[in-house]
Ligand binder design. Structure first.
Ligand SMILES: *Cc1c(COP(=O)(O)O)cnc(C)c1O
Length: 394
């Protein structure tokens, strides 16, 4: 498809040509399993009149997920953020907890919301994941734990982070929101640290509309999280623990069961798209597709490109503008990093000085659309826009 992409620096009104895509292509369009199967499950929920409160479908989903990940306990929750909050409390984290700034804001918010200070450590620019040496440098007498994030589904340096945690007597848990089904050294993500937290938000590779879970092999921790999820209730009238409402409704679990059946197809479509992107974007000067190690069983949910940009990110921003003008709604996840968002910028105005790589990566990254509805032609068109924009020069 011939495209007039560079439209007077992307001002459509001047050029007037229609965008390359009539309908917008969104990042994070939901993966949907079989419609009929879902409607049957929905009818089952209505017929049973058991809508929530640890119903049979939630229990079935928990078993299926625990088996899928090879982990002992899966505690399904209403979303990944509440699952993080509950896990953080159940682990007894206090004071300061070390997290990456280069992650979705919920990782930091889950701490801050509970009066714990998120302390941002820098990343390894090659992996986008926490740098264990940077973590070590941020430890103070108030530090109680570390939350690693498996960003883009690429496993964090789990063994090295565990070693830092052990050396300093810290708790370690993982935000595994991106890493459903991915592996680290042959073992499925979900079994590492004290516990790991998943998100089943609509934009994730596996979704339950909204939803999430904490997974762990630790019996006591699992029991505490189950109590916290349901106001600390045991039985009808007996509250034995402080708690909140973190329960997953039955209809969400129904969606989960249907989507779990379809997951291999979603991952296969993403993998195919990823490889099509890799071929189509090859040789574009100043643009690099972030790779996945096939040995880690990636889910390929994120197509991440890095643009050679100055420290201000202008070239990346121009590329984003060019793609938006063509109705390709790429995202700058997770620019500018948590430390650059207002609540944390106000708390730690100088945090960026210690986050050299996080700041640089935040100014280089763009996320391209993928998913089952994207065709090879679409990807080639997107790549052609990228090529035209990048060859337009800095
Ligand atoms: C999506 C996401 C979350 C939050 O999950 P929700 O289910 O949306 O609450 C947390 N951390 C990361 C890294 C995420 O991408």
């Amino acid at each position: 498809m011939p495209i007039k992409v560079i439209r007077d620096k992307f001002d459509l009104a001047i050029n007037g040509a229609p965008p390359a895509f009539a309908e917008p292509l969104h990042v994070g369009r939901p993966n949907l399993g079989n419609h009929e199967a879902f409607l049957q499950r929905a009818a089952q929920v209505l017929d049973s009149k058991w809508l929530t409160n640890n119903g049979p479908i939630v229990q079935e989903l928990e078993r299926r997920i625990a088996d899928h990940l090879g982990v002992k306990h899966c505690i399904a929750m209403c979303n990944g953020t509440v699952a993080l909050e509950i896990a953080i409390r159940a682990l007894g984290l206090t004071g300061e907890v070390i997290v990456p700034s280069w992650t979705f804001i919920a990782t930091a918010h889950a701490l801050h919301w509970q009066g714990i200070t998120p302390v941002f450590a820098d990343i390894d620019p090659a992996t986008h994941n926490l740098d264990p040496d940077a973590v070590r440098r941020m430890i103070t007498p108030r530090t109680s734990g570390i939350i690693g994030v498996h960003l883009w589904g690429r496993p964090a340096p789990i063994d090295a982070l565990q070693a830092v945690a052990d050396e300093h007597g810290l708790k370690l848990m993982f935000d595994a929101a991106h890493a459903f089904g991915c592996t680290y050294r042959g073992q499925t993500i979900g079994r590492f640290g004290a516990c790991e937290v998943l998100s089943f938000h609509a934009t994730k590779v596996f979704n339950t509309f909204e939803g999430g879970a904490a997974v762990t092999d630790d019996d006591d921790l699992a029991e505490t999280m189950r109590l916290m999820r349901n106001f600390g209730f045991v039985g009808y009238d007996n509250v034995i623990h402080p708690g909140t409402n973190g329960k997953m409704p039955e209809i969400n679990a129904a969606m989960g069961l249907v989507n779990l059946d379809a997951l291999p197809g979603f991952v296969e479509a993403n993998r195919h798209n990823y490889e099509t992107y890799a071929a189509a974007l090859a040789g574009i000067d100043g643009l690099r597709l972030l790779d996945y190690d096939p040995a880690t069983n990636p889910n390929y949910q994120y197509v991440v490109v890095e643009v050679d940009s100055g420290r201000d990110g202008k070239r990346r921003d121009d590329l984003v503008a060019a793609l938006h003008a063509e109705n390709v709604l790429v995202r700058k996840y997770f620019w500018p990093g948590c430390h650059g968002m207002l609540p944390y910028r106000e708390l730690f105005p100088h945090a960026g000085l210690l986050l050299e790589h996080s700041v640089a990566i935040a100014n280089r990254v763009a996320i391209l659309p993928t998913g089952v509805s994207l065709g090879t032609d679409d990807i080639e068109t997107i790549a052609a826009v990228c090529r035209a924009c990048m060859s337009d020069g800095a």
